[in-house]
Design a protein around this ligand. Structure first.
Ligand code: NAG
Ligand code: NAG
Ligand code: NAG
Ligand code: NAG
Length: 563
C-alpha cells in the first residue's frame, strides 16, 4: 500500500523550495548573499531532535552540481529503450553518459571558487564530476551553509544522524547546485532487505521429497512452499543453463546485515538445484543477502551473479545507492551487470524532491548504458522510493498457484515527485478512471504509477543460517524477475543482439505486455483502507502482471522453439 494513503497527498508537502527565497542572510565572510536552498517545515515523523553537534566533529557532505544536459540524456535514454525507435538497443558508453551529466564549466568553476574562499578543496565523487565531496568540521559546515546542524534520533531504532532543517547557498550559486546531502533528508537506518519476513522457521523443508515439475505442471506443494522448480513451472523459466556467461552478469545489491554465506547457498542448491551445486557468486565487498543470492544463482543458472553491497561507511543508504551506480558505471562492459536487482528502498517523502531526482537520474545513467534496474516495490508501510522513479522497473508481489493473485502486502501507488511517464500514461489514466471517486484526494492521479510488474512474493523457501525457511516480501519478487530478464539477455547475446537495458518502454509496448500474465484478483489493504485492487490491465498492485520467459523470448523476436 502506498504511503500516501496514510498521509494524504494534500498534506504531505514537506518541502518549500522556492517560496522562501526571500529569506536572505550574509555569510560570515560577508562576501556572499546567501539564500535558502532547501527547507523542511518540521522534523519528520519518526525522528526527534536529540542534541547539538560538537564544533570539531568532522562531517562529510556531497554537493550535487547541475548537469550539463540531463533532459538530453533522458530523451536519448528513451530512444534507445523504445522498441519502436530506430535507435533501440544502441546503449551509450559511460563516456557518452558523462558528456550529458558532467557539470557545466561555469557551475563547476563558481562552486569551486566558493569552496576555495572557505579554504575547502573538494574531491570528485562521481565519474562525470557532477558530485563533489567535502569533509569539514561541523562548525565550518554551519558557516558555509548558514545553518546549524544538530543530531536527530530515529525513534524506533535509536540511531542518530546529523541533519538540519534548512540550509542556504550563495544566491549566485543557486542555479548550479541541485542539492547538498546529507542535510534535510531523513532516512531510517538500513536493515537488510526491508520486507523480508522469515516465517515458519522450524520446518526442516530441505528434507522433503519433491515431485518432478515435468510430471505435473504445478506441483501441489507449490501452493505452500515455493521453490525454484515451482517458479520454473509458473513463469516458463528454463532449467538449461545460460551459455553466454562471458558478457552477462546479474548484479544483486543489498545490505551487509542481511547475512548469509556460501554454505547456505550450497545447501539451497543441493536441495533445490542439484544441477547447479558448487555455483558461487562474486562479492565485490563484504556482505551477502541470502534470499536475493539464492533466487538469482538458483534461477538464472549459468549467469554469473555478483553481490554488490551498499556503502555502509557513511551509514547513508541514499549516497550508498548513488555510489553503487558510480562504481558500476566505472566497470568494464564485461563486468557491469546487464540486470541489477535491488531490494531496499526509502520513504519518498523522507527524501527531498531534489535528492529523489538525483537518485533517479543515477538509475537513468545505468539504464542508458544497458543495465536493467529492478526494485522491490516494497511491502505495506515500507518506503515507496525509488519505485516512483520512472527509470527503474518496480516489482510488486504475487502469490498462489497460477492464475496468481496479488500478495496483499504488495506496495503500489502513485508518486508525488515524478509525473507519469509516457510509456504508462494510458494505463494510469485507464486505471484512475476505473476507480472513479474511490480514494479521491488520497493519491496523486498525475504521478508515476508503480509497480510495473509482479512476481512471487509469498512462501518462498530459502536456506538460511543452516536451516530451510520460508520468507515473504517483494524482496523475493525482484530477484526472481531479474533472473528471468538475465536469461532473456543470455539468448539475446547468443543471437548477437544487444541486451534489454532499461525495460519499461519495452514492457509497456504491445509485444512486451503480451509476455505478462495479468493478475486481476487481490488488493493491498493498509492504513485503514481496503487498498487498491488488482484488475484487468495495469494496476497499482501488480502492474502488468507476472513475466513469462518463453513469451518474453517471443516478444523480443527470438523463436524459443528453435532452441
Ligand atoms: C535449525 O533448526 C533446528 C530445528 O529447529 C534447530 O535445532 C537448530 O538450532 C537450527 N540451526 C540453526 C543454525 O539455527
Ligand atoms: C562440489 O565441490 C566439492 C568440493 O570441491 C566436490 O567434492 C564435489 O564433487 C563437487 N560437486 C559437484 C556436483 O561438482
Ligand atoms: C494478508 O493475507 C494473509 C494470508 O495470506 C492474512 O493472514 C493477512 O491478515 C492479510 N493481511 C491483510 C492486511 O489483509
Ligand atoms: C502530484 O504529482 C505531481 C506530478 O509529479 C506533482 O507536481 C504534484 O505536486 C503532486 N501533488 C501533491 C499533492 O504532492
Amino acid at each position: 500500500m502506498a504511503q500516501q494513503f496514510c498521509t494524504p497527498a494534500m498534506i504531505a508537502t514537506p518541502l518549500l523550495l522556492t517560496a522562501i527565497l526571500a529569506v536572505v542572510s550574509a555569510n560570515p565572510l560577508g562576501r556572499r548573499t546567501m539564500v535558502v536552498h532547501e527547507k523542511r517545515n518540521a522534523v519528520p515523523s519518526g525522528f526527534v531532535q536529540s542534541g547539538s553537534v560538537p564544533a570539531s566533529k568532522e562531517i562529510t557532505l556531497r554537493i550535487a552540481l547541475t548537469n550539463t544536459d540531463i533532459t538530453g540524456l533522458e530523451k536519448t535514454m528513451y530512444e534507445i529503450s523504445d522498441p519502436a525507435n530506430a535507435l533501440y538497443g544502441q546503449h551509450l558508453t559511460p563516456e557518452q553518459v558523462a558528456e550529458f551529466v558532467k557539470p557545466t564549466a561555469e557551475g563547476l568553476a563558481a562552486v569551486t571558487e566558493w569552496l576555495s574562499e572557505n579554504d575547502i578543496s573538494p574531491k570528485s565523487a562521481s565519474n562525470a564530476g557532477d558530485l563533489l565531496q567535502i569533509t569539514i568540521p561541523a562548525s565550518k559546515a554551519d558557516e558555509l551553509l548558514s545553518t546549524k546542524f544538530s543530531t536527530f534520533k530515529h525513534v524506533e531504532s535509536g540511531v542518530e544522524s546529523i541533519r538540519t532543517l534548512a540550509y542556504s547557498v550563495p544566491a549566485s550559486l543557486k542555479p548550479h547546485i541541485q542539492f547538498v546531502h546529507p542535510t534535510i533528508a531523513f532516512t531510517a537506518p538500513l536493515r537488510g532487505s526491508p520486507g523480508v519476513t522469515a516465517i515458519n522457521t522450524k520446518r526442516a523443508l530441505g528434507q522433503e521429497k519433491r515431485k518432478d515439475p515435468v510430471e505435473e505442471r504445478y506441483p501441489a506443494s507449490c501452493a505452500t512452499v515455493v521453490t525454484p522448480a515451482c517458479l520454473q513451472a509458473f513463469y516458463g523459466i528454463p532449467t538449461a543453463k545460460a551459455t553466454s556467461s562471458a558478457n552477462n552478469v546479474l548484479g544483486v545489491a543489498g545490505y551487509v546485515e542481511q547475512f548469509a554465506n556460501q554454505a547456505d547457498l550450497q545447501r539451497f542448491l543441493g536441495a533445490l538445484r542439484p544441477d547447479l551445486v558448487n555455483t558461487t557468486f562474486l562479492q565485490n565487498s563484504g556482505g551477502e543477502a541470502v534470499l536475493d543470492i539464492e533466487y538469482t544463482v538458483g534461477l538464472a543458472g549459468g549467469v554469473p551473479v555478483t553481490f554488490i553491497s551498499v556503502g555502509e561507511d557513511n551509514n547513508d543508504g541514499v549516497m550508498g545507492a548513488i555510489d553503487i551506480v558510480t562504481s558500476l558505471l566505472g566497470e568494464t562492459d564485461e563486468a557491469r551487470p546487464t540486470v541489477l536487482t535491488i531490494s531496499y528502498g526509502f520513504n519518498e517523502e523522507d527524501l527531498t524532491i531534489a535528492l529523489s531526482r538525483g537518485v533517479c537520474q543515477a538509475y537513468m545513467q545505468l539504464g542508458a548504458v544497458g543495465t536493467s534496474v529492478l526494485f522491490a516495490s516494497g511491502d505495506v508501510f515500507v518506503p515507496a522510493a525509488p519505485s516512483g522513479c520512472p527509470f527503474i522497473t518496480s516489482v510488486g508481489g504475487s502469490a498462489g498457484l497460477p492464475p496468481q493473485v496479488a500478495a496483499n502486502f504488495s506496495s503500489g501507488g502513485f508518486s508525488n515527485y515524478f509525473t507519469v511517464p509516457y510509456y504508462q500514461a494510458n494505463d494510469v489514466r485507464t486505471y484512475v478512471a476505473s476507480i472513479g471517486e474511490q480514494y479521491a484526494g488520497l493519491y496523486n492521479t498525475t504521478g508515476r504509477g508503480y509497480p510495473d510488474i509482479a512476481a512471487q512474493a509469498e512462501s518462498v523457501e530459502i536456506a538460511w543460517k543452516g536451516n530451510f525457511t520460508l520468507v515473504e516480501g517483494t524482496s523475493a519478487a525482484s530477484p526472481v524477475s531479474a533472473s528471468i530478464f538475465a536469461l532473456v539477455n543470455d539468448k539475446l547475446i547468443a543471437a548477437g543482439r544487444p541486451v534489454l537495458g532499461f525495460l519499461n518502454p519495452f514492457l509497456y509496448s504491445a509485444a512486451g505486455r503480451a509476455a505478462f500474465t495479468d493478475v486481476t484478483y487481490g488488493t493491498n489493504p493498509g492504513c485503514n483502507t481496503d487498498g487498491f485492487s488488482a484488475s484487468t490491465g495495469w494496476d497499482p498492485v501488480t502492474g502488468l502482471g507476472t513475466p513469462n520467459y518463453q513469451q518474453l523470448l517471443t516478444a523480443v523476436g527470438l523463436d524459443h522453439r528453435s532452441h
